[in-house]
Design a protein. Structure first.
Length: 94
């Protein structure tokens, strides 16, 4: 599920530091299509700061449960959908 973009962008190094993973770890998931990136090459990559929660979730699922990256990304997608549904249910009206 796609979240709204923010005006905060992170470089590969900043995202890696923020979620305590190596740049190679992030790069592998970008090339697999599991993390959205803007820019043509790793030096130019920019990540929406909102992605930090998703990437942390993926890292957690992979490290705690030994999940493959694709499963970890699916779990992150489901968490985002649950959050969206909860927010929708909390709003008054139809």
């Amino acid at each position: 599920m796609r979240k709204a973009q923010t005006d905060s962008w992170l470089t590969l190094e900043e995202l890696s530091r923020a979620v305590a993973v190596s740049p190679e770890w992030v790069s592998e998931r970008v090339h697999a299509g599991l993390i959205e990136v803007h820019g043509e090459s790793p030096a130019l990559w920019r990540f929406d700061a909102v992605l930090t929660r998703r990437v942390r979730s993926m890292r957690h699922v992979e490290s705690c449960y030994g999940a493959v990256p694709e499963l970890a990304a699916l779990v992150a997608d489901l968490e985002e959908q649950i959050d969206w549904l909860r927010a929708r249910l909390a709003r008054p009206g139809p």
